[in-house]
Design a protein around this ligand. Sequence first.
Ligand SMILES: [Zn+2]
Length: 487
Amino acid sequence: MNNIKKFFVVVMAVMALSATAQVERPKLVVGLVVDQMRWDYLYNYQWGEGGFKTLLHDGYLCNNTIIDYVPTVTAIGHSSIYTGTTPAFHGIAGNNFMLNGKNVTSVQDDSERGVGGNEKTRGKSPRNLITTTIADQLLLATDFKSRTVGIALKDRAAILPSGHRPIGAYWYDNGSKSMVTSTYYMDKLPKWVSDFNKQHRDELSSDVYNLPIGTTLTFALAEQALINEKLGQGEVTDMLTISVSNTDMCSHYYGTHSPKVDSIYQQLDKEIAHFIEVLDQRIGRGNYLLFLSADHGGTHSYPRMTKHGLPSGCWQNPDALTAANTLLEQQFGVKDILKAEMEYTFYLNHEVINNAHLNYDEVMRAACQALETPEEIQWAIDVAHIDTYPIPTILKERIKLGYFPERSGEIYIVPRTGVYAGKKEEAGSNHGTWSQSDSHIPLIFMGWHITPGETSRLTHMTDIAATVCAMLHIQAPNGCIGKPIFE
Ligand SMILES: [Zn+2]
């Protein structure tokens, strides 16, 4: 063989090798999102053995992870973690938003029906989420062999994280008191889910949103998914997304650090300890990549703050809508110029404005002025003209990243820092603003290829998907704007 021929034989051999070379990936990716978990909770609670203590000890901690959009609410948080992007790109503009002029929930889908509970209920799907997720990218990278399951009490927290083609997404239906799905995914519950509903009938009938049992049921179903769907046992990487929803519902009602919320976190610690044990046994510690984060933080309530002389304030959103509409009616002679308020955004009623032949710009200016009247509101912003406002760039960017034309309200409200939507006499917490309380979230990676350590460098919620995808050597979700955290 002459030298040229030898050269080509070597080149062909190298090419053949690289074509068959498998990228090293974990057997399973586990995404764990705790609804309304403030970052400082990691260090405020006394943890037992095996749960948070293990995550803090064996994990890599990103201690300065920030949400870089507003409003900081559940559906957006879950979407942004798993897509690596924000409402401006993924389209989930709130827990509720306007779609073709109708007020819809983030996962509402009238073309589908409920499955497993009351079959007449309206269906749900991730169709409003217009960009891909980590799980979608895993499908693309594995010739559609990768399998994902999403589980949570809240529908949006099971549906949005698990992407567009999971093998299942299951959530709690309050009407039928059972774990359900929708025709978007399947026509009948798998036997292991209907068996779960039968076995846990009494627990599922209790107040799952305000009791630790809600956390236990979430992890128990996740364990059943792991076993019955054989996640992490195939040739390619699978994914399991778990969201803990009752931490949020209970805090809205009883407040941060209330005994009820504390008891849920203590239970969560135990459930995480058990789940890590299950993962270690079934998949092996070095074979799964787990991350823990939150969809948003939470603002301490007015009573909790003011009792100790700290600044706080409340803004009553339904009253604000009525008060602003009254002022606008005095000025323009028509009722209901503002159509709705949702999560610190307001929608103008275009039908009313057009029918009365009002000048849109004039109405917009007057509406912003009216909404800025209460002293709790620092700015009411016409988002389309945000660059003309003398507000800090950091806030402008977050408002722009949170704004999806057609779906978001045209006016964005910035309350004074520390002010939240709620009533002064109520103990419940809230979230949604740009402030540290709402936007500083925990972020821990543990397991496959993770060296324990920590950083206080600024990282972003959108970096989570970018990091997971970079580690797995798969393309980041198509709208991803985050950056991988690890070198
Ligand atoms: Zn909430």
